[in-house]
Design a protein around this ligand. Structure first.
Ligand SMILES: Cc1cc2nc3c(=O)[nH]c(=O)nc-3n(C[C@H](O)[C@H](O)[C@H](O)COP(=O)(O)OP(=O)(O)OC[C@H]3O[C@@H](n4cnc5c(N)ncnc54)[C@H](O)[C@@H]3O)c2cc1C
Length: 441
């Protein structure tokens, strides 16, 4: 294997290689001090993706470019910084190298921030038949699926087929499932009847299927109850304590015995860590996450760190590890960057990671959200405005913040979203056998 070219060896500075440019990787890459380190960022996509708003792309509320930002643009001004678009495949700790699909690279410090992928819980057939929501490209595929359904519905040959086309099944009652269900319910009420006056939308059903006893199980019982109440009032059919056994087109088989006929199945029910080969078995903890100490150092290695969703830091305060959320990723990145920068200045005393919980929130649709902040809970319109504000502030790039703000104001005033474009590749197996339409050029 050849070395990755055009990254100069630098004798005066140590090299930090960061794998993954999501919340954690991007943040630490920004914070590493170029006076002391050469930084190399590796990501398989050339842009940052703001995952909390993927469901809005899927439901036509936001343009994909509003929640994405090119890595090269982010780091235009950063000195001694290099980005390579490639897939990291294996770590060789004994040689201090990582192997990728475009070559290998030496590191002095390695930071693994590869995040998570969809978990099908061993049923890999679901990869080809259901729609996940972990990346911008997947959200576009989901958007196409949703829009295609209504076009197909106009051509349904009988009532059974119409039911199959207008049944939407969302598997997973976490924030993404709740948010997608709420967005579809909003579309059903205010947008779709205007776009498709020929269709009877009382026949459209949105099923939210969740294995756990309550929605938003990571939030407070108050938030769960408010989400269930609002969604039910907006017509979403909630199946609680109901694991999905399988989906063999056209039926979703429920663990409780029932079946739902549908061609629109969105799988947002779990995540598993994106792992790299080459590390000792003991380094991998629950869910394939990399076990780290309080400095985010991977167990058994001096100079390999893991941050964000892919890391598992077990402590008394968090016996199952921290939640896989953006704040944890950002705070771990900030703490590790500070430690590495300090170490370069001969300050050997490292700061332990302590998570500061800034609360959690989820939106349920227009004018409805839930917010937990310690013992304080909020729901309804004010929570929704707070949710909008926090998300606008969190988006990367001023143009993106403005674009999202304008889209949201427009959508709010007009009860409409205008991004219902069916743009699809010519050949994609996800479209074959799932609908009657042959993709057009
Ligand atoms: C749909 C959705 C909604 C969410 N909503 C919220 C929310 O409302 N609030 C909240 O706090 N959190 C939310 N989260 C969780 C939050 O997005 C994650 O906790 C956060 O993204 C974790 O950051 P990370 O840097 O660890 O991983 P990611 O942000 O997932 O970044 C991982 C990066 O690694 C890259 N990568 C992976 N493997 C490789 C490889 N082998 N080689 C090269 N590159 C690789 C990927 O391309 C990606 O850029 C949501 C997540 C999803 C999917």
């Amino acid at each position: 294997m050849k070395v990755i070219t055009n990254i100069p060896e630098c004798s005066s500075k140590k090299r930090i290689v960061i794998i993954g440019g999501g919340f954690a990787g991007l943040h630490i890459a920004k914070k590493i001090d170029s006076r002391y380190y050469q930084t190399v960022l590796i990501d398989k996509v050339n842009f940052y993706q703001f995952q909390p708003l993927l469901y809005q792309v899927a439901s036509g509320g936001l343009d994909p470019s509003s929640i994405s930002y090119p890595h090269r643009k982010t780091f235009q001004q950063k000195k001694d910084f290099h980005y390579r678009m490639c897939v990291a495949q294996r770590v060789k700790p004994e040689e201090k190298t990582i192997e990728t699909n475009i070559g290998y690279l030496k590191y002095d410090y390695l930071v693994i921030a590869t995040g998570c992928d969809t978990n099908y819980f061993g049923n890999d057939k679901l990869k080809d038949t259901t729609y996940p929501l972990k990346s911008v490209s997947e959200s576009l595929l989901a958007r196409n699926r949703i829009l295609l359904s209504f076009e197909d519905a106009l051509n349904a040959k009988d009532e059974d087929e119409l039911k199959e086309i207008l049944n939407f099944v969302i598997v997973g009652g976490g924030a993404t499932g709740v948010e997608l269900a709420g967005a579809l319910a909003d579309m059903k009420k205010s947008i779709l009847p205007k776009d498709y006056p020929e269709l009877d939308f009382s026949k459209m059903e949105i099923h939210l299927v969740d294995a756990s006893p309550r929605l938003l199980s990571g939030m407070s019982p108050e938030a769960s109850a408010a989400a269930a109440d609002t969604l039910s009032k907006r017509g979403v059919i909630i199946h609680q304590n109901t694991p999905v056994k399988d989906y063999v087109y056209p039926y979703v088989e429920l663990g409780t015995g029932g079946k739902i006929r549908s061609r629109n199945v969105f799988w947002v029910s779990g995540v598993k860590a994106n792992s790299l080969k080459g590390l000792a078995e003991e380094a991998y903890g629950r869910g394939g996450r990399l076990a780290v100490d309080e400095y985010n150092r991977v167990e058994g290695y001096e100079n390999i760190f893991a941050i964000g969703d892919t890391s598992l830091m077990v402590s008394q305060a968090s016996p199952k590890g921290h939640a896989q959320v953006a704040q944890v990723a950002l705070q771990m990145a900030a703490c590790l960057a500070k430690n590495l920068n300090e170490q370069a200045q001969d300050n050997e005393k490292w700061r332990k990671f302590r998570y500061s919980d800034k609360g959690s929130m989820a939106t349920i649709g227009r004018n409805a959200a839930v917010v937990d902040f310690g013992k304080f809970h909020m729901k309804g319109r004010i929570a929704w405005w707070l949710w909008l504000l926090v998300h606008i502030l969190s988006i990367v790039g001023m143009r993106n913040k403005m674009a999202v703000f304008i889209d949201w104001v427009w959508n709010y005033l007009n009860y409409d979203v205008s991004l219902r474009l069916l743009i699809r590749p010519k050949h994609n197996p996800m479209y074959q056998g799932m609908d009657n339409n042959t993709p057009v050029e």
